[in-house]
Design a protein around this ligand. Structure first.
Ligand SMILES: Nc1nc2c(ncn2[C@@H]2O[C@H](COP(=O)(O)OP(=O)(O)OP(=O)(O)O)[C@@H](O)[C@H]2O)c(=O)[nH]1
Ligand SMILES: [Mg+2]
Length: 394
C-alpha cells in the first residue's frame, strides 16, 4: 500500500486541512466502471478500472464474496489510479460475480460484475475431426443389408430457407470433392424456393451412385396457406409420391393423380425424416405454428416407426465462436442451448440433433465442415439402416 503524502499546506478550512494531512476524510471513488465479461475458454479475464482518492485505501477483489489473493493464475495490480485484476486461462470455475471493493475506515465503495464463459471446459460430444476421408470412404462402400431396398431415402423438411437444399448440396459436394450446387438454393427469400418434390441421389467423384437419396421439398411456411401440404408429406413418407411432383398447398396429391404411386415398395418409402432448423432463428420459431405443422408430420412418421433427427443449420450465424472456429461446436454453450431448444420444440432427443454448417459462401471444401456433416450423415445412415433392416425382418 502506498505511503500517504503528509505535506503541510496552508488551507482555509479545518476540513480541507485534515483531508490533505492524510486524505483522512476523502472517500475513495470509482471513476470508471468494470464491465461484464463473456470469455472463451483459456482466454485471460482482465478487469480494468480507474479510481481516485486511493491513499490509505484497501483494494480488495472478490469472487462470489470471497477475497481473491495472488497466485500463478491471478495477478492484482495498481498503477496510479489504474486498478487491474487478471485471471489467466479462463475455465468453468471462473464464472461468477466479481466485486472490486475500495475501503478506507468506515468508507467503502464497490462494484460487482459478472463473468460468463462462452464455452465448456471440454467438448460435451466427441467427433473425429481428422477422419473425414475414412468416414467418407466407409459411406461410399456401404452395402445395404435389406436386399429389397436399393437406397436409403432421407426426407428433409423444415421452414423456408432453413438450408434443406444446402444440406443436399453440401453432402454431394463432399463426395464429389468439389463444391456443388445441384439442389438450387435461395438467398434470403421469404417464400419457398423449392416447389417440387425432388430427389437427389448422391454420387461420388467417379459418378458411382451411392445408396443415399435425399428429397427436398417446399418449405413449411409460417402461414397455413403456403408451403407443402402436411398430407403430401405423409404420402411421401409412405412412398406414394413420385419424383417431380409439383405441390399445391391448398390440395394434396390424391390417389387418382398420375403422380400417386399406389403400391410403393420398401425402396420408395422414407427411411429417415430429417427436420432442418436454422440455429439462428430457433427462438423466433417458437412463436409461430410451424412446429405444430412439423409436429403433425413427425407424429405420422412415429406411427410408421421412421427414425427422426434434426439437422441444425446456420450454426455460424448463431455463435461467433463457431463462426471463427467450427471445431468449437461442441464446446459452445450457445450451440448446446440452441440444440436443447430444438429438442424441446420437436421432442427429438439431443442425441438425434446434429449441428451442421452448410457450404453456402465457400468455393473450396473445408475439412472441418466435412467432418461435421459426415458425422451427421454417418448417424442418419445408421438409423436408416436399422429401420430398413427392421422392415426386412418384419
Ligand atoms: N450462414 C449460413 N447460411 C446457410 C447455411 N445453410 C444454408 N444457408 C443459406 O441459407 C439460404 C437458404 O438456404 P436453402 O438451402 O435454399 O434453404 P431451403 O430450406 O432449401 O429453402 P426453401 O427451398 O426455400 O424452403 C441460402 O442463401 C443458403 O446459402 C449455413 O449453414 N450457414
Ligand atoms: Mg430448397
Amino acid at each position: 500500500m502506498k505511503v500517504v503524502d503528509c505535506r503541510w499546506e496552508r488551507v482555509s478550512s479545518r476540513t480541507k486541512r485534515k483531508a490533505i494531512m492524510g486524505g483522512a476524510n476523502i472517500k475513495p471513488e470509482l471513476t470508471s466502471q468494470l464491465q461484464d465479461q463473456k470469455v472463451k475458454s483459456n482466454e485471460n479475464i482482465v478487469f480494468k478500472c480507474e479510481a481516485k482518492n486511493l491513499d490509505d485505501v484497501k483494494v480488495i477483489w472478490e469472487k462470489d464474496g470471497v477475497t481473491l489473493g495472488l497466485s500463478d493464475r491471478i495477478s492484482i495490480e495498481q498503477s496510479g489510479t489504474d486498478l487491474r485484476l487478471t485471471i489467466k486461462g479462463a475455465k468453468g470455475a471462473d464464472e461468477g460475480d466479481y466485486t472490486l471493493r475500495l475501503s478506507k475506515g468506515s468508507d467503502s465503495v464497490s462494484h460487482t460484475v459478472k463473468v460468463t464463459l462462452l464455452e465448456f471446459d471440454q467438448d460435451w460430444r466427441s467427433i473425429d475431426w481428422g477422419k473425414s476421408v475414412s468416414i467418407k470412404h466407409n459411406l461410399e462402400d456401404l452395402t445395404l443389408k435389406n436386399p429389397q431396398v436399393k437406397h436409403l431415402n432421407f426426407l428433409l423438411h423444415g421452414p423456408v430457407g432453413a438450408g434443406k437444399s444446402s444440406v443436399i448440396n453440401s453432402i454431394q459436394s463432399i463426395f464429389k470433392n468439389r463444391v456443388e450446387v445441384g439442389a438450387l438454393t435461395a438467398a434470403g427469400s421469404g417464400t419457398s424456393f423449392t416447389l417440387t418434390y425432388n430427389s437427389h441421389q448422391i454420387e461420388n467423384i467417379e459418378k458411382k451412385a451411392l445408396p443415399y437419396v435425399f428429397s427436398d421439398i417446399m418449405g413449411l411456411e409460417i402461414a397455413d396457406k403456403k408451403g407443402s401440404h402436411p398430407d403430401d408429406i405423409i404420402s411421401i413418407l409412405k412412398g406414394h409420391i413420385k419424383e417431380g411432383t409439383m405441390f399445391n398447398s391448398s390440395s394434396p396429391v390424391s390417389e387418382n393423380d398420375r403422380n400417386y404411386n399406389s403400391s410403393p415398395t420398401p425402396s420408395d418409402k422414407i427411411h429417415c425424416l430429417i427436420s432442418v432448423l436454422p440455429a439462428d432463428k430457433i427462438s423466433m420459431m417458437e412463436k409461430n405454428n410451424l412446429f405444430k405443422k412439423m409436429g403433425d408430420i413427425r407424429e405420422k412418421a412415429s406411427h410408421l416407426d421412421i427414425p427422426q433427427v434434426v439437422f441444425m443449420t446456420h450454426v455460424d450465424l448463431a455463435c461467433p465462436l463457431v463462426k471463427d472456429d467450427l471445431k468449437r461446436i461442441y464446446s459452445s454453450k450457445n450451440i448446446k442451448k440452441k440444440m436443447q431448444q430444438c429438442s424441446v420444440l420437436t421432442g427429438i432427443p439431443m442425441n438425434c440433433i446434429f449441428p451442421v454448417k452448410n457450404y453456402h459462401e465457400e468455393n473450396i471444401l473445408n475439412g472441418n465442415m466435412d467432418s461435421l456433416l459426415l458425422d451427421a450423415l454417418k448417424n442418419v445412415v445408421n438409423f436408416a439402416e436399422s429401420y430398413v433392416d427392421h422392415l426386412h425382418k418384419h
